[in-house]
Design a protein around this ligand. Structure first.
Ligand SMILES: [Zn+2]
Length: 412
């Protein structure tokens, strides 16, 4: 088995991340338990804990009697170390979520965006208004934040740095937006694309830290994949990896909003699922549901009814087969150990989609590629884009204070 060669700095960085992750999932712990949980030696844990205490990230919470009757010191993350903001910028809204240093949410604020107004100034104004509302709610100044992470759809980063911010519905195609952001936000700032944010959220909070290859599949209006290979989020040459929603499912199939025909998204994105229902039963009342979220919620409600809605069932069966087929391609290329569905469509319909999706995936993936695969619904709830951006900003903070070698996210 090939093992990635790591420098001693990487190893120290990984040990610190291991201890932090263990403390995040255990809440309170002690040095012995941390050694057992992380598999690190007691000596390494002792060193790492004192480094984290020195940086104010971990605090001693008191003494507890251990199994041997000897008192042991209880440790926990020092929540008061500071606050971090994760911001999800979408076509129609900006959503800011504020977290403490233990990554527990302390406040949030949403600002609606008019999708017809697309100037960088307008979008940045929305970001700042939402951020201000979230910090005001807990009575802190923007300047006191440890960091801010902003997810921007269509963020493209070439060799020369960030060269474009392209959103399907927007005409942003320059770096003006990033410059405006930098002018308005004086604390360390990280920008990333939403798919990378979702994958990072999973690595931090999804109890899959040990997974070396994993795909987080986001199902909403749009569809995409956050890909983790060898424990790292896959970015690609221009930070555009994971646009699996625009890979081909049906040759010359349905039109996709990207301009191509037959994309995965045109079948398993929320509007695609509605199109499938229209094909199954053109007169079904849900065909004309205006809001995509209402439509998906109505499908889930119909599945809970005593009397089965035959058209809805057929729609979900077809959707599961589309999804299974599309995932079989992804699995053939990536060979992940874990595929997790996330996003509001997955949370609403995941349980209904999983059996059919798994069956189709197993039937179509090449021999061996899906042998050890686990398919499930992500346990990270809430705005996973904002959560992921906060963890990226937190990683940057840990990098700035010299505790970890940061993954290559885009720091401004
Ligand atoms: Zn497409």
């Amino acid at each position: 088995m090939a093992v990635r060669r790591r420098s001693s700095r990487d190893i120290r960085s990984e040990s610190r991340l291991d201890v932090l992750h263990a403390l995040l999932s255990l809440g309170e712990s002690n040095r012995n338990e941390l050694a057992r949980t992380t598999g690190l030696s007691p000596a390494t844990v002792a060193t790492v804990v004192s480094e984290l205490i020195a940086e104010g990230l971990v605090e001693e919470a008191g003494l507890a009697l251990g199994g041997t009757g000897r008192p042991t010191t209880t440790l926990r993350i020092n929540r008061a170390r500071g606050r971090i903001a994760g911001i999800d910028v979408a076509e129609t809204y900006v959503s800011t979520h504020l977290f403490d240093a233990a990554l527990a949410q302390v406040s949030s604020a949403d600002v609606a965006l008019d999708e017809h107004l697309t100037s960088p100034e307008y979008v940045v104004e929305g970001i700042i208004r939402s951020l201000k509302a979230a910090t005001d709610e807990v009575g802190i100044e923007l300047d006191s934040l440890l960091g801010v992470g902003v997810a921007l759809p269509g963020l493209v980063q070439g060799k020369a740095g960030v060269t474009a911010v392209l959103a399907p519905h927007h005409s942003w195609s320059n770096i003006e937006l990033l410059e405006l952001l930098r002018e308005r936000i004086a604390v360390p700032l990280v920008v990333e694309n939403p798919l990378k944010a979702i994958a990072t959220a999973e690595l931090w909070l999804g109890r899959v830290r040990g997974a070396s290859s994993m795909v987080t599949v986001n199902l909403g209006t749009g569809v995409g994949a956050g890909i983790v290979l060898e424990g790292r989020v896959l970015r690609g040459a221009t930070n555009s990896a994971g646009e699996w929603g625009h890979s081909l499912l049906v040759y010359e199939g349905r039109g996709c909003r990207c301009g191509r025909r037959g994309c995965v998204e045109a079948y398993v994105g929320a509007p695609g699922i509605q199109e499938t229902l229209r094909e199954v039963d053109p007169h079904h009342p849900l065909v004309v549901t205006d809001s995509q979220r209402d439509f998906i919620a109505a499908l889930a409600a119909a599945m809970r009814e005593q009397t089965p809605d035959v058209a809805v069932r057929e729609t979900l069966d077809r959707t599961a087969r589309y999804l299974g087929s599309a995932l079989a391609d992804l699995v053939a290329i990536i060979n992940p150990e874990l595929v997790l569905l996330t996003g509001w469509t997955a949370w609403a319909l995941g349980d209904h989609l999983l059996p059919g999706t798994a069956a189709q995936l197993t039937a179509e993936a090449p021999e061996g590629a899906a042998a050890d695969l686990t398919l499930g619904v992500s346990t990270v709830r809430g705005n996973s884009v904002a959560i992921g951006m906060a963890t990226l900003a937190f990683e940057r903070f840990l990098g700035d204070v010299g505790l970890v070698t940061t993954r290559a996210s885009i720091a401004l």
